[in-house]
Design a protein around this ligand. Structure first.
Ligand SMILES: Cc1cc2nc3c(=O)[nH]c(=O)nc-3n(C[C@H](O)[C@H](O)[C@H](O)COP(=O)(O)OP(=O)(O)OC[C@H]3O[C@@H](n4cnc5c(N)ncnc54)[C@H](O)[C@@H]3O)c2cc1C
Length: 410
């Protein structure tokens, strides 16, 4: 047990857009002691490493590069009276908002009346993606590439291939362009790019071949990448390349939750939350990418602000406590996740985290998305979507004593 014990009203774990937005808003709402605990030497989260546009439209009504956007969020939080403690890693979550932290003075305990978890996502390793071949140098996930390019001013390769076509893959493309790196191609297993329009136009704009229905089979090279074998509709072929950028396998940074025994949703990989963004221990809330994987910074920022309102209501004693209804059951193979998982029992309860239900697909699907509780259809919408597309649905209320809600596609 650590000997240092400190007290705050709200502790925020993670100083990215979601945590910074929540902190500033909590201060604006009159909460006295708000502290951000950030393990890096600087707050700002992922945008600090993304030296490209576009960030900031929703928050500042202008287009900013990632680091400028992050710096503005930090300044705004500090001006609001938020204490930002960098170099501070939260190592354990205890019941009722008791955190163990590690900083340059060693271990300490922070007791908070409420905790917001905003730890974002982490990228899975190449091994986890089971790409075949040797393991030569020159294979990078997007985050590492951005660290090298924007923070260390390095150019790790000249002609890499980019695997994947979601938002982050195009961020990799912009990063390459910034460093004077010219990718040989972007490859995508699906029949078109997964990022939402107009992002995929970037590849065409920069003259980078976009190869749909194409799979990476093997990476060649012993010390450095020398080429890749790809397989597409026209069969197998080689591409000469000196690097591979792997993108798109981001999972919520949820290790603390699991160790603490908080309910984790296997579908999102993040916490199981109710309409307030509240976890199975009601002292804990969550916002941003931790909830479900990568969304835009502006979206995460808005979730942080909404979480602040829910937390302020909780500190005032205005949130319903008591039994938690059972989470939504996903009842179709094309459904990847639905969040919040625990639906509200009264309309006001939904306003905290989510004005609507966020849904994503694992495979393209069309039809009618239907949410049932027993034999009662409580919400539905038309569906003609692909994976990675943001699908929103009105957040319905549920009956307390009826079966758990069931989401399906008909
Ligand atoms: C490669 C990439 C490129 C992107 N490009 C764009 C773009 O161009 N435009 C756009 O709008 N969005 C972009 N995004 C999305 C955007 O960056 C994220 O949506 C946004 O940063 C999410 O904010 P967050 O606060 O949830 O998490 P993050 O920004 O990830 O912040 C989480 C913070 O928590 C800290 N942390 C984690 N665990 C602990 C712990 N145990 N103790 C203390 N601190 C901890 C981390 O150090 C980090 O600072 C991109 C995302 C990626 C991955």
């Amino acid at each position: 047990m650590s000997e240092r014990v400190e007290e705050v009203d709200v502790a925020i774990v993670g100083g990215g857009p979601a945590g910074l937005a929540a902190a500033a808003e909590l201060r604006r709402l009159g909460v006295a002691r708000v502290a951000i605990l950030e393990r890096e030497a600087q707050a700002g989260g992922i945008p600090r490493h993304c030296g490209h546009y576009p960030f900031g439209m929703r928050e500042f009504h202008r287009l900013l590069r990632g680091p400028d956007y992050a710096a503005r969020l930090v300044r705004r939080a500090e001006a609001a009276g938020v204490v930002i403690r960098t170099g501070t890693t939260v190592t354990a979550l205890g019941p009722g908002g008791r955190l163990t932290i590690s900083d340059d003075r060693g271990l300490a305990t922070i007791r908070a009346r409420a905790v917001l978890l905003a730890t974002g996502v982490r990228e899975t390793s190449r091994a986890a993606r089971m790409i075949g071949g040797e393991k030569p140098g020159g294979i990078l996930p997007t985050g590492a590439l951005q660290g090298l390019v924007y923070l260390n001013q390095q150019k790790p390769f000249e002609r890499p291939v980019i695997i994947g076509s979601e938002l982050v893959a195009f961020s990799a493309l912009l990063t390459c362009r910034h460093a004077g790196i010219r990718p040989v191609a972007m490859i995508e297993e699906g029949d078109r790019a997964t990022a939402r329009w107009p992002v995929p136009l970037l590849a065409r704009l920069f003259g980078i071949p976009f190869l749909a229905r194409t799979r990476l089979e093997t990476i060649r090279g012993t010390r450095r990448v020398e080429g890749v074998e790809i397989a597409g509709a026209a069969g197998q072929r080689s591409l000469q390349t000196d690097g591979v950028i792997v993108t798109g396998q981001f999972r919520p940074e949820a290790s603390l939750l699991r160790e603490a025994g908080l309910a984790v949703d296997p579908a999102t990989g993040g916490p199981e939350v109710d309409g307030w963004g509240r976890l199975s221990d009601p002292a804990y809330f969550a916002a941003g990418n931790l909830l479900r994987g990568v969304e835009t910074a502006g979206w995460s920022w808005a979730e942080g602000r909404r979480a602040a309102h829910a937390i302020a209501a909780s500190l005032r004693g205005d949130l319903r406590a008591g039994d938690r209804p059972r989470p939504i059951a996903l009842d179709h193979a094309a459904l990847k996740f639905a969040m919040p998982q625990v639906l509200p029992m009264a309309p006001a309860e939904g306003r905290g985290l989510a004005p609507s239900l966020q849904i994503r697909l694992a495979t393209p699907a069309r039809g009618r998305l239907c949410l049932w509780q027993g034999d009662r259809l409580i919400a539905y919408r038309r569906l003609n979507h692909r994976p990675e597309q943001r699908i929103l649905m009105r957040l319905p209320t549920i009956e307390p004593n009826a079966p758990p809600p069931r989401l399906t596609i008909e």
